[in-house]
Design a protein around this ligand. Structure first.
Ligand SMILES: Nc1nc2c(ncn2[C@@H]2O[C@H](COP(=O)(O)OP(=O)(O)OP(=O)(O)O)[C@@H](O)[C@H]2O)c(=O)[nH]1
Length: 344
C-alpha cells in the first residue's frame, strides 16, 4: 500500500482544472471560449460604454493577449493558474458592477462566467468562489429589479452553479481515478512500472546535480513458487498483498514502493546511502519476522541494494547493479541483504 499522502499527491484533485486535463490545445480553446466573452464585456464597460469597431478590435486584442499568455505558460502550471485567476478576478466584479448600470449589459454573461470559472479554475477554488459570487449576483439583481425578476434569475443561476459544480467535479475525479489506476498495481497497492522510470529518472538527475543520495533496493520473496504450489494462487496473492502493505508501513513517507515483477518489488529510498539502506532493510526484515503473516506462513525475502553513483550510472545500469546484488543475496542462501559495492 502506498502512503495516503502520496496517493493524494499523485493527482491532487483540488489543483486540477477541467480545462487543464483536456490537453494543451483543447485547454487553450476552452479558455478562450470561456473567458473571451467575459474579457470582451469587461473592456466594453471599462473603456467604451457602447458597441463599435473600437470595441471589437479591443476584444480581439485582449483575447489574443490572453491566448499568448496561456501559450507561454505550461498548462497546469502555477503561472497558468495565475493568469486564469487574474482574468477571472478582473472580469467577475466588472460583470457584477454592470448589473447596477442602466440596461444591465452584463446580465447575459453572468451565467456563462460562472460556468467559465468552473472550467478554468481549480475545482476547490471555483466551488468556493462561485458559492459566494452566485448569491451576490442574484441578490444585486433581486434588489434592483424586485422579487418577480429576482426569482427567475435565482433559478437560472442556481441551475448553472450546480451544473458547473457537478460537471467540474465529475471530470476531475474521473481523470484522477484513471490516472490512479494507470499508476497503481491493484493487487498490492504499490506503484506499477508505469511510474517507475519517471521516478528513477528524477532521482538520478538529482544525484547527478549533487543534490541528494538515492539508493535503490530490489526485493524478492524467497521460495514464493512453493507457496503457490502448496497453498494455491489465491493464497499467493494474499501473501504478495500483505508483503507490499507491510513493507510500506515499515518505510518512510518519501520512500516509494513499486511492484517490479511477479514477486519482485523495488524500493527507491532517497537520502540514504548503501550502508544506511542495508541497515534499514535489516531492520525491516526483523520487524517482518515478528509480524503476523497471512495463514501463519513463514515469509522471508532477499534484497539487493545499490546506491546511485552520479558519474557511472544510467538507469539501466542502476537497476542491473541492484539485480546483481539481489542475485548475490539469493546465492548466499536467501533471507539476507547484499549491496552492490560488496558483491561487485
Ligand atoms: N499468486 C501469484 N503468484 C505470482 C504472481 N506473479 C508471479 N507469481 C509466481 O511467483 C513465482 C515466482 O517463482 P520463482 O521465480 O521461481 O521464484 P521463487 O520460487 O520465489 O524462488 P527464489 O526467488 O529463487 O527464492 C512463480 O510461481 C509465479 O507464478 C501473482 O501475481 N500472484
Amino acid at each position: 500500500m502506498i502512503h495516503q499522502s502520496d496517493r493524494n499527491n499523485l493527482i491532487s484533485m483540488s489543483d486540477e482544472t477541467p480545462a487543464g486535463i483536456a490537453g494543451p490545445r483543447i485547454s487553450l480553446m476552452m479558455h478562450c471560449v470561456a473567458i473571451g466573452p467575459v474579457i470582451s464585456l469587461t473592456i466594453y464597460h471599462v473603456f467604451f460604454g457602447k458597441p463599435g469597431v473600437g470595441l471589437a478590435l479591443a476584444c480581439v486584442c485582449a483575447i489574443l493577449l490572453f491566448a499568448i499568455c496561456l501559450l507561454l505558460a505550461r498548462p497546469e502550471s502555477k503561472a497558468h493558474q495565475l493568469i486564469d485567476g487574474l482574468f477571472m478576478f478582473i472580469s467577475l466584479p466588472v460583470l457584477l458592477w454592470s448589473l447596477t448600470q442602466e440596461n444591465m449589459y452584463g446580465i447575459h454573461l453572468i451565467a456563462p462566467s460562472i460556468f467559465a470559472a468552473f472550467i478554468v479554475l481549480p475545482v476547490r477554488l471555483s466551488s468556493v468562489l462561485m458559492a459566494i459570487y452566485t448569491p451576490v449576483a442574484i441578490a444585486v439583481y433581486w434588489h434592483l429589479n424586485g422579487p418577480e425578476e429576482g426569482i427567475r434569475v435565482l433559478f437560472g443561476l442556481m441551475c448553472v452553479y450546480f451544473f458547473g459544480f457537478g460537471l467540474s467535479h465529475i471530470l476531475v475525479s474521473m481523470h484522477r481515478d484513471m490516472a490512479y489506476s494507470a499508476y497503481i498495481d491493484t493487487l498490492t497497492g504499490a506503484y506499477n512500472r508505469n511510474r517507475l522510470f519517471d521516478q528513477l529518472k528524477l532521482h538520478l538527475q538529482s544525484v547527478r546535480r549533487g543534490q541528494s543520495t538515492v539508493t535503490l533496493v530490489l526485493l524478492d520473496l524467497d521460495h514464493f513458487k512453493a507457496v503457490n504450489d502448496e497453498y494455491g494462487h489465491a493464497v499467493g496473492d494474499d501473501v504478495l498483498s500483505w508483503f507490499a502493505q507491510t513493507l510500506m508501513s515499515f518505510t518512510r513517507e518519501e520512500d516509494l514502493l513499486f511492484r517490479y515483477g511477479g514477486e519482485e518489488f523495488l524500493l527507491i529510498i532517497p537520502g540514504q546511502n548503501s550502508d544506511d539502506c542495508e541497515n534499514t532493510i535489516t531492520k525491516i526484515r526483523s520487524r517482518m519476522k515478528d509480524a503476523e503473516t497471512p495463514y501463519g506462513l513463514d515469509i522471508t525475502f532477499s534484497a539487493g541494494v545499490c546506491e546511485a553513483q552520479a558519474a557511472k550510472m544510467d538507469l539501466d545500469t542502476w537497476i542491473e547493479c541492484a539485480d546483481q546484488a539481489l542475485y548475490q543475496a539469493k546465492r548466499d542462501g536467501r533471507n539476507c541483504v547484499r549491496s552492490w559495492a560488496q558483491s561487485d
